[in-house]
Design a protein. Structure first.
Lengths: 401, 136
């Protein structure tokens, strides 16, 4: 048993043993979890994939004369930002697209620009065009503003992502006879390909399946800088079926994360777009897992062969919100490059970059080893399977109730 | 010497309704394989073809096409993966019908073997950071 304080003391002295989740898997296999728990202090994880529920909020500072953008309109490089906040605070989501974008009018739509790209441009230091209007008030007389700004010109730029880091996710296939354009990528007809989105054994919540060490307030690697877990993410669904080792067999936990966009890097935050679906944002996250006891080492020792994802048909089950799952496949199969459904061998594509996940886990490892990054005790736990929290469907009601 | 030349042919509107390829085949007795074609009335046509035959014959065929105002490009120059943009996710790997995209197993970087590419362009649509571009 080790405390976070003891581990931080070791980090301070440069004596902490920090390894990536990939390395830890080998260590546990070789030495067993008791010895691994004793020898290793911190395991670093990483993930880098499209996460639509990502956003920023900005405070521009006040121009002279002042303007109340709050309640008015605001566009950043032509992409609408939400203004229902105070005078110069605005909120921009990753999936926002310009009002003139044809969407899927010419199917499949290109979705060549939107919120995710604006965030990437800001984080890479580029200037962005702000165009806002207001009705004008006695205290905020200006009615419009048009100016270029970059991150260094404004007070705050905070990355706040209501749902990132999905713990396990669907493997998407298409049984129909036409090509599908989805948020899980292009799906070829007749089970022509299968797309999944997880860093597998490097994925943060697949190394801490029961939210034993990761909680609210956990300090993390977010977009190349330091961030924090703010809350459980939206659609957090801890009560799904689990393997005997405790790993969810369906999409389960999620995290809401927050951090200072000004410190982050465009290497780990990328605007992206799915043809026929829309604009999204690729986020790099790494979470340190303190090896406080053997339980932590045990979970870090569970290999890809023993973690399963559901295969879901995106031509019918998914859009119609049916719970059907075609089969379950292990992450070992997914990482092998093909899966089998019935007798058909299906090539696998990944939306999540293992190359980048590894880079993040390595970077975080270096930060901790060099004493630059200390661990935190969570302020509160994330709701676990005992919470009874279950994801809800949304039912249509025709009258007030 | 027998060679195989993979080329992208861009047909001007006026040629789209003419049997250009079959005329060539009869004239030169050359083997051809259409990898991909997009030919619509009154629009510019696009075709990816492999011509196989004696080197001098293949050259004559290509010259003949050029004389008919068909724009020619060698295939391998056409699909480009920009490694400054690519995040190495590998979504293209599952889409590619000829395994032109693959992981370097040690680094888990996505590599592209353009010799295998048949410019079906699925990867261009599938790449979420638009790292794969087609150049005609």
């Amino acid at each position: 048993m080790k405390t976070i304080e003891e581990i931080n003391e070791k980090i301070k002295k440069g004596q902490a043993v920090v390894v990536t989740a990939e390395e830890m898997l080998g260590i546990v296999r070789k030495k067993g979890e008791a010895k691994a728990a004793k020898d290793v202090d911190v395991v670093t994880t990483g993930t880098f994939g499209p996460m639509c529920s990502s956003s920023i909020y900005l405070n521009f500072g006040h121009p002279a004369p002042r303007i109340k953008i709050g309640g008015g309109t605001c566009f950043l490089n032509g992409v609408p930002a939400y203004t229902g906040l105070a005078a110069v605070d605005v909120y921009l989501g990753a999936t926002a697209i310009p009002p003139g974008d044809p969407g899927n009018l010419h199917y499949p739509g290109e979705f060549s620009y939107g919120g995710g790209y604006v965030i990437e441009e800001l984080v890479s230091g580029k200037s962005v065009l702000l165009e806002a209007t207001s009705c004008g008030t006695d205290c905020y007389p200006r009615k419009e503003i048009k100016t270029y700004f970059s991150l260094k010109d404004i007070n705050e730029a905070i990355l706040f992502n209501p749902r990132n880091c999905y713990q396990n996710y669907n493997v998407a296939v298409n049984s129909s006879d036409r090509i599908l354009y989805t948020y899980m990528g292009v799906l070829k007809p007749k089970f022509g390909n299968a797309n999944f989105c997880s860093a597998g054994i490097l994925s943060p919540l697949l190394r801490d399946p029961e939210y034993y060490t990761i909680g609210i307030g956990t300090r993390i690697f977010l977009g190349g800088a330091t961030g924090y877990v703010a809350w459980h993410g939206t659609q957090h669904n801890p009560s799904v079926d689990r393997t005997k080792e405790g790993f969810p067999k369906r999409p389960a936990g999620t995290l809401a994360v927050i951090g200072d966009l000004k410190q982050m890097s465009a290497e780990y935050l990328r605007g992206a777009s799915f043809v026929g679906y829309g604009v999204t944002f690729v986020v790099g996250i790494g979470i340190p897992i303190p090896v406080i006891d053997e339980k932590v080492a045990f979970w870090c020792g569970v290999p890809a062969e023993k973690i399963f994802a559901p295969v879901v048909d995106y031509s019918s089950s998914y859009p119609e919100r049916k719970p059907d799952v075609l089969c379950e496949v292990s992450y070992a199969q997914l990482f092998s490059g093909s899966i089998e459904i019935g007798k058909q061998k299906i090539p696998v594509g990944s939306l999540s970059s293992f190359f980048m996940a590894r880079k993040i886990a390595e970077t975080l490892k270096n930060w901790i080893s060099s004493g630059k990054f200390k661990l935190t005790n969570p302020v509160a736990k994330l709701p676990g399977k005992e919470s009874g929290i279950k994801i809800k469907g949304f039912e249509i009601k025709e009258k007030h109730q | 010497m027998k060679i195989s030349e993979r080329v992208v042919l861009k047909f001007p509107k006026e040629l789209v309704d003419k049997p250009t390829i079959s005329t060539l085949v009869r004239k030169y007795d050359i083997e051809f394989n259409i990898l991909q074609a997009q030919v619509l009335p009154q629009k510019e046509g696009l075709m990816v073809v492999v011509f196989t035959g004696e080197e001098n014959i293949v050259k004559q065929v290509l010259k003949d096409l050029k004389n008919q105002n068909v724009v020619l490009q060698r295939l391998k120059q056409d699909i480009v993966k920009d490694d400054r943009i690519c995040t190495h996710c590998g979504v293209c790997i599952g889409l590619c019908p000829t395994n032109a995209f693959y992981y370097d197993q040690s680094t888990r970087k996505v590599l592209f073997d353009y010799e295998k590419c048949i410019t079906c362009m699925l990867c261009v649509k599938g790449c979420m950071v638009r790292a794969i571009k087609i150049k005609f």
